[in-house]
Design a protein around this ligand. Structure first.
Ligand code: DUT
Ligand code: MG
Length: 240
């Protein structure tokens, strides 16, 4: 009963109270496919990925994982099958090592350090007062948004969930660090169904399908080359 990671959105409409946020969304992501989602703030990007983990349920249509409605999944199994690097990373009041190993408690120190190196986090961790034993989070040392994101990427590198969600995973890091992390992200994405939410063309151009959302509707979809030929919204982002 291993989860393959096929994800299908079948005519999904979703609202928060009276606010319609997603309308008639169809996405077919068989296991291993890379889907990128772009769109202005408030377009509904995070709402799409929230439905996969069942943080919310749609009012119309269905979200399927491995051809089974997510409502029929055991919630624990479902959430264990999805690895998320969120827009706002949550860190526990615990050591950096434990924060990275969250989701894989049996990770060895070697594995933790390898993941941190791949996520470009090792250097700043070593500069902290107690290195990997430094307590962060609410009752510990504060980290910048970009540092938190790299901890989250290291965390995701350690677990091998078949579905991966990168929601603005590098929005708080500078271009140079993002460039360095790209390699780790590519390794992270290999073989997994991936949803990449990003604002930069560089982060989405290799995706199998790029989806442009506007006010909760899909207005363009295709590969980088197809969307450039369309000379629509994506083309305009590309030219800026
Ligand atoms: N919204 C709510 N309640 C919530 C979360 C969002 O009403 O708890 C609204 C705000 C927005 C719409 O839903 O009008 C879509 O939000 P979402 O977070 O999906 O937008 P986004 O595309 O992820 O925006 P951003 O780029 O700012 O992350
Ligand atoms: Mg969002």
């Amino acid at each position: 009963d291993k989860v393959r990671g096929d994800v299908l959105f079948d005519n999904v409409t979703f609202k928060y109270e009276d606010n319609v946020v997603l309308q008639d969304i169809d996405i077919d992501a068989p296991a291993g496919k890379k889907v990128a989602i772009m769109g202005a703030t408030g377009a509904g990007k995070t709402s799409i990925v929230n439905l996969i983990c069942r943080f919310y349920d749609p009012q119309k249509g269905r979200v399927l994982v491995d051809n089974v409605d997510v409502r029929d999944w055991d919630l624990k199994t479902l959430r264990r099958s999805v690895s998320v690097v969120m827009q706002e990373t949550f860190l526990f009041s615990d050591t950096i090592a434990n924060n990275i190993a969250y989701g894989k408690d049996d990770a060895s120190m070697d594995e933790i350090i390898a993941a941190a190196k791949a996520a470009c986090a090792h250097d700043f961790i070593m500069e902290m007062p107690e290195g990997y034993d430094t307590v962060v989070g609410e009752r510990g040392v504060g980290l910048s948004g970009g540092q938190k994101q790299r901890i989250a990427i290291a965390r995701a590198l350690l677990v091998s969930a078949p579905i991966l969600i990168l929601d603005d995973a590098t929005s708080s890091v500078d271009m140079e660090t993002e460039h360095k992390i790209q390699q780790a992200l590519k390794r992270l994405m290999a073989g997994r169904t991936t949803f990449i939410i990003a604002h930069r063309i560089s982060a989405v151009k290799d995706a199998d399908e790029i989806i442009i959302l506007e006010n909760g509707r899909i207005v363009e979809r295709g590969t980088h080359d197809q969307l450039l030929k369309l000379r629509g919204v994506y083309y305009d982002i590309f030219r800026d």
